[in-house]
Design a protein around this ligand. Structure first.
Ligand code: ATP
Ligand code: MG
Ligand code: FE
Length: 335
């Protein structure tokens, strides 16, 4: 089964051709970061406009790279949410047009399911499993009893981890999105400051990052007011230590309480070196019988291959949509 998948939920226009949910024939990603950088964040109107301009060429590029025509495509999949409504609508409209023109089934895919299924491009997913999904807009612990079933057992009460990275990056004057650069800086700095580990002792799987974010930002403002120098590398290291400790701690608690075969890391923040290393090390130490799967960097950020992987499950369950498919900006996993 060969699926053409489209992802346009935020600021990446991406089209992929994926075979049997696990083999990437092509995965073309056009990032708009340069256009949003000067605004310090994604501007929805600018994003939609770029998607419109790009989508046709990216579809062609993905087919060319995969060396297939539409004859070889069994279905067209598209992210229908969550995300920016104007951005999602471009992908959804393109997918509907292609599905109609070529008479192929249309498969709506949840963007967060896509992030999780990026792991199926790495290895077979074995159930039950637990996924830590950390991205620009979400921080969730998702329990999957079987293929296609999602149970969010914990999530952030306020900011997502990636959002905290980007906001602090902005205060430090880093270009948007600051997460990657903060991660690099953290590796050059030392944990000289102690920031709070919110909710770490609470008996649940939820997270909170807004207090941490404020605490870091206040530290920077106070130092600046006093005219003190603050070492941005040490600040990044201290902030990252707090984020990673909380994420790893809560994930391990959930992993121990659920009887799982695999632990998956997913989402843009899954690219974080500190998190990848700490999670692997802690799991190897405390739960060596559970396989830890972490996607390569190219599959952590938004891309259409992950949507094609998730779509395979929907295809087998014949979860097809009609031509009235709409964008769902607030779509929740499993609902
Ligand atoms: P969502 O998936 O929740 O809808 P999104 O699609 O905008 O949101 P992703 O593209 O999945 O988010 O991830 C982008 C986020 O990942 C940004 O916040 C970015 O700063 C962060 N990020 C990327 N690389 C790293 C890294 N190495 N360390 C920390 N954060 C990172
Ligand atoms: Mg993005
Ligand atoms: Fe994403």
């Amino acid at each position: 089964v060969t699926i053409l998948a489209i992802e346009s939920s935020c600021d990446e226009t991406s089209v992929a051709v994926v075979k049997n949910g696990n083999t990437v024939l092509s995965n073309v990603v056009a990032s708009q970061i340069k256009s949003h950088m000067r605004f310090g964040g994604v501007v929805p109107e600018v994003a939609s406009r770029h998607h419109v301009e790009q989508i046709t060429q990216i579809v062609e590029a993905a087919l060319n790279e995969a060396q297939v025509t539409f004859d070889a495509i069994d279905a067209v999949a598209v992210t229908d949410g969550p995300g920016l409504v104007g951005s999602l609508l471009i992908g959804v409209s393109a997918a509907k047009a292609l599905a109609f023109a070529h008479q192929k089934p249309l498969i709506p895919v949840n963007h967060m399911a896509g992030h999780i299924y990026a792991n199926q491009l790495v290895t077979s997913m074995r159930y039950p499993l637990l996924a830590l999904v950390v991205s620009g807009g979400h921080t969730e612990l998702v329990y999957m009893e079987k293929d296609g079933s999602f149970d969010i057992i914990g999530e952030t009460r306020d900011d997502a981890a990636g959002e905290a990275y980007d906001k602090i990056g902005r205060i430090l004057g880093l270009p948007y999105p600051g997460g990657k650069k903060m991660d690099e800086m953290a590796h050059e700095g030392k944990e000289t400051m102690h920031f709070p580990r919110a909710m770490i002792k609470e008996d649940n799987y939820d997270f909170s990052f807004s207090g941490l974010k404020s605490s870091v930002i206040n530290t920077v403002h106070n130092a600046r007011q006093k005219g003190d120098d603050i070492n941005p590398y040490d600040l990044a290291a201290s902030f990252q230590a707090s984020v990673v400790e909380v994420l790893v701690h809560k994930t391990l608690r959930a992993a121990k309480e659920k009887n799982i075969k695999q632990l998956l890391l997913a989402g843009g923040v899954a690219a974080n070196r500190g998190l990848r290393e700490a999670l692997s090390a802690k799991m190897a130490l405390e739960l060596p019988e559970v396989e830890v799967v972490i996607p390569p960097l190219s599959l952590c950020g938004d891309n259409a291959a992950m949507i094609g992987a998730a779509a395979y499950t929907e295809y087998r369950q014949k979860h097809f949509a009609g031509y009235n498919l709409n964008a769902h900006p607030g779509l929740v996993l499993g609902e």
